[in-house]
Design a protein around this ligand. Structure first.
Ligand code: C2O
Ligand code: CU
Length: 460
């Protein structure tokens, strides 16, 4: 392992080497450095002080990493925060050893140390990266950023705009509010913030022209907030979900729901007039707010060609007949509770679990880490029927492979990596077990995961 001092020397040399000949991050040879460290930013409304954060490369969100489909991503992640960390590349059908899950796929990166991430990017689409250690705190403090993989034959647009949505809970002094292990957050809807951000700003704005065709890449990086969104002055088609292209674009519904970790790619034509604003609207309990504002200047308002589908990513067909099956019962949380569950190999009653800050169980196990929920052979199809027997919504995320929902009529929904399950719902997912390794399946409401809502599947 490198000492901090040696590492810094190396980091400086590496960034210098990369920065010289190239613009942007896409590169196939020299690894670049991504540094997790303390920084400050003005994110509270004007009048409040700056907020102390932990960010990648000093910015909130972290740098927009852009690569071409088929590139290798090579990044040395330096940990300069005072806690062990790791980076998960959310939605990438990645080599298991690079998945960034401490204790499952790698040891945590200790303070002062570095970890070399190096993996292929098989799919084009909208992804993101975030800390996967102590994530309730580390993601909240800002350790996340967008990871965009471009199609070699991308659709022609006038602007390609990432909208990374987040909320953050600040205290009266403008600092990130502690504690991060609140029993209330862990047992209810998770840590919901009181300041809503787009790309780290409370009033994100970007100028466009009348008639522009935009690609909007919406990413929900919030700990637990389910964003309900709408559009104004934009005529939009949904072309991808969770990075994966839809077989046929669909016109955007009046309300778009974006659960934690989910993404939506839109191709949106600016139909607002010169001098007006177009908006992405966030519908909160008490009304609609501008999540992103697009002031519109004069342009050509000529009719645009219909939006066509994005080129497909490599296909791993799902074969329902003869699939390996499992069921997943989601239990616990406020208003339901756990009568008893296995925790660290022992049966505990609900009270002693709550005392340990654990509130959720999957199939009667809290935070399963030893034996997988299901073991599948490479190439098999796996079906998992999931029942949400809790009073809360959960955003269930599978690492390493995308799944389709098996609808009531037996047809397959679009590929996704995160499925929002409402209280009381039973849904079934299916995936082709095409990627070997141990892969987490967990709730992306980060306080829920920390309080036991995680398991894993094994592909051998
Ligand atoms: Cu986006 Cu297990 O994470
Ligand atoms: Cu949950």
């Amino acid at each position: 392992m490198l000492t901090r001092r040696r590492f810094l020397t190396r980091a400086t040399a590496a960034s210098a080497a990369v920065l010289a000949p190239r613009a942007g991050f896409a590169q196939d040879d020299a690894p670049r450095v991504l540094r997790a460290a303390a920084s400050r930013a003005q994110i509270a409304p004007p009048g409040y002080p700056e907020t102390a954060l932990w960010t990648f490369d000093g910015s909130l969100p972290g740098p927009e990493l852009r690569f071409m489909q088929g590139d290798r991503l090579r990044l040395d992640v330096v940990n300069d925060i005072p806690q062990p960390t790791s980076v998960h590349w959310h939605g990438i059908r990645i080599d298991n050893a690079m998945d960034g899950v401490p204790g499952l796929t790698q040891p945590p990166i200790a303070p002062g140390e570095t970890f070399a991430y190096d993996f292929a990017l098989p799919d084009a689409g909208t992804y993101w990266y975030h800390s996967h250690a102590q994530s309730v705190e580390q993601v909240e403090r800002g350790l996340y950023g967008p990871l965009i993989v471009e199609e070699p034959d991308a659709p022609e647009v006038d602007a390609d705009i990432v909208l990374l949505l987040d909320d953050i809970r600040l205290d009266q002094g403008g600092e990130v509010a502690e504690p991060f292990d609140s029993g209330f957050d862990r047992s209810h809807a998770g840590r919901i913030g009181n300041v809503v951000l787009t790309n780290g700003q409370t009033a994100f704005s970007r100028e466009v022209r009348q008639g522009d065709r935009l690609r909007l890449r919406l990413i929900n990086a919030a700990n637990a907030r389910i964003f309900e969104l709408g559009l104004q002055g934009l005529d939009a088609m949904v072309v991808a979900l969770d990075g994966m292209p839809l077989a046929a674009p669909e016109s955007a519904a009046e309300r778009l729901v974006l659960a934690p970790a989910q993404r939506i790619d839109l191709i949106a034509d600016v139909i607002a007039g010169n001098g007006e604003d177009a908006f992405v609207i966030h519908y909160d309990r008490d009304g609609g707010y501008a999540q992103a504002t697009f002031p519109v200047s004069a342009g050509t308002a000529a009719a645009r060609a219909p939006v066509s589908a994005l080129p497909p990513n490599p296909d791993f067909p799902i074969t329902l007949a003869g699939a390996r099956t499992a069921t997943l019962l989601m239990e616990g949380g406020a208003m339901r509770g756990l009568s008893g569950a296995m925790f660290n190999g022992e049966r505990r009653d609900g009270r002693s679990l709550a005392e340990a800050g654990m509130f959720w169980a999957l199939n009667g196990v809290v935070g399963r880490t030893v034996t997988p929920l299901i073991e599948a052979a490479l190439g098999e199809t796996v079906r998992i029927g999931m029942a949400n027997d809790t009073a809360f919504a959960h955003a269930m995320h599978l690492h390493g492979m995308h799944f389709s929902e098996v609808r009531a009529d037996g047809s397959l929904g679009p590929l996704r990596d995160t499925l929002l399950m409402a209280p009381g719902e039973t849904r079934e997912i299916a995936f082709a077990a095409h990627n070997p390794g141990d892969w987490l399946l967990h709730c992306h409401m980060l306080s829920h995961h920390a309080a036991g809502m995680g398991t894993f599947v094994r592909v051998t």
